[in-house]
Design a binder for this molecule. Structure first.
Ligand code: ADP
Ligand code: MG
Length: 455
């Protein structure tokens, strides 16, 4: 038995070596650095891992490969068992114990960070091909804030996990480094607070709030477009933090180069550090994500239903979540089990446009301005002439109908208008549709053109 154990350890070491040849050094050290061989039993190897997150990631990504290698080396199948071993915990603690301890630590250390959503953690973030670069960068930053990738910019389309990732960094640093001050803010909130601080003459307080932090997370910097004062303020905040080696993280729905009317000096600051992108998830990753969501929600959904959703919805994670939520709500309300037929029936709107890319507000504005013979600039602009009022309302209405953007976000794309203006515009169009039979066909024509041009 003793000699058997010894050779198991040798097999494990060899399997790791082989794996090292297959993956990058960075990837290897991200996942395997904290792993230890702790022993073996009949046909199994026991390893300790630092967290259940690492365990899940290794299981998802590498376990099959590792077990194959072990079987090859040992000439028999060896199962790999993990136990979670937090650094501070006593030896034989098993997984549940580890979790409990972690929960206790969290309670005694600090409560939930007020600006962060506690659901947005690394544990809940599924890593696949499309997001592994960004996720690994985020993980690395959360372990060593301020020392490596600074600043960092994560960019990618709507619903791909930008907010989740930056908040995961925030949550992780907040709990793992109790001495560090973490601030999370969207550009819109930052801009509003800045404006308010001018009005109330509390500029000093505002500056302190963001310049005296250790980790600053700023979400959705594409909304800096056209906000000169806020850009200026952020520029100074950036410099103060950068000089003090504080970690900064930004997200954007597009590469920095494509953010319009951004001052050159701020642009060059954003581009200074690491810029990583998030891509739409492939089928396998969508399956992994949706299966996890089904588990989290503790609902009973047949595998074939999960599959059909993932095959038909390939836009982004938010759409996957929406489909799932709708299905669960339906099943609860009519008190039925979810079947393939019910899923197809209930989700037909989600499935209708299988491979449509996300429609952008910009595209809608281009099509609408062409259609009405206006310039794109006027449609987006601030001028309030009669000729442009109705087309603009139409474009706002379509933006709300065809994209995921909020009224505030839509307003920002139309000369920085307020969200109430957008709501008003949508209401206007809906009212007019009831009175004027010509409006509906116009909207249909525009819709068709938008879809045709969305390639
Ligand atoms: P974005 O900020 O890019 O628009 P979000 O971070 O708001 O996207 O993500 C949309 C939803 O999808 C959130 O509920 C988030 O938790 C979920 N999500 C995105 N990517 C993943 C992932 N890789 N694993 C699990 N959930 C994800
Ligand atoms: Mg977001």
């Amino acid at each position: 038995m003793e000699s058997g154990k010894k050779s198991y350890e040798a097999f494990w070491k060899q399997a790791l070596k082989d794996l090292m040849d297959d993956i990058s050094e960075q990837e290897f050290s991200t996942w395997f650095r904290g792993i230890e061989y702790i022993g073996s039993g009949d046909s199994q190897i026991a390893l300790s891992v630092p967290s259940s997150f690492i365990k899940d990631q290794i299981s998802q990504r590498y376990l099959t490969k590792i077990e194959e290698k072990l079987a090859e080396l040992a000439g028999q199948e060896l199962a790999v068992k993990f136990s979670i071993q937090k650094k501070a915990s006593s030896k034989g603690s098993h997984e549940e114990g580890g979790r409990l301890q972690k929960a206790e630590e969290t309670v005694t250390r600090k409560r939930q960070h007020p600006q962060l959503n506690k659901e947005y953690t690394f544990e809940r973030f599924i890593i696949g091909e499309s997001n592994s670069f960004a996720a690994n960068a985020a993980l690395a930053i959360s372990r060593n804030p301020g020392t490596g990738y600074n600043p960092c910019l994560i960019y990618g389309g709507v619903g791909l996990g930008k907010t989740h990732l930056v908040q995961a960094i925030g949550n992780s640093v907040y709990h793992e480094f109790p001495d560090l001050k973490v601030a999370y803010v969207t550009v819109e909130t930052f801009a509003n607070e800045f404006i308010l601080s001018i009005q109330k003459k509390t500029g000093h307080q505002f500056k302190n709030k963001y310049r005296l932090v250790d980790v600053l997370l700023i979400d959705d910097i594409q909304f800096l477009e056209g906000k000169e004062g806020t850009q200026e303020e952020l520029f100074h905040t950036f410099n103060a933090l950068y000089d003090a080696n504080k970690q900064m993280l930004f997200t954007s729905d597009r590469p920095v180069a494509e953010i319009r009317s951004l001052s050159d000096r701020l642009r060059s600051r954003f581009e200074r550090g690491l810029n990583v992108d998030l891509q739409p998830p492939n089928y396998e990753t969508r399956m992994a994500i949706l299966n996890r969501k089904v588990e989290e929600k503790k609902v009973n959904i047949p595998d074939e239903v999960v599959e059909v959703i993932c095959r038909n919805i390939n836009t982004n994670v938010r759409d996957l979540e929406k489909a799932l939520t709708k299905l669960i709500a339906y099943a609860e309300l009519v008190n039925k089990n979810i079947t393939l037929d019910i899923a197809r029936q209930q989700l037909k709107d989600f499935f209708a446009q299988p491979s449509q890319k996300n429609i952008t507000i910009e595209l809608i504005q281009k099509i609408v301005s062409d259609y009405f013979g206006l310039s794109y600039k006027d449609l987006r602009g601030k001028r309030r002439t009669k000729a442009v009022a109705f087309p603009r309302q139409v474009a706002m209405y379509l933006s709300r109908e065809l994209t995921e953007y909020s009224t505030t976000e839509v307003g920002a794309e139309f000369g920085g208008r307020d969200h109430t203006t957008v709501m008003h515009a949508c209401q206007k169009i809906e009212d007019r549709m009831k009175l004027d039979p010509n409006i509906e066909p116009t909207l249909q024509t525009l819709l068709k053109q938008i879809k045709e041009n969305n390639v």
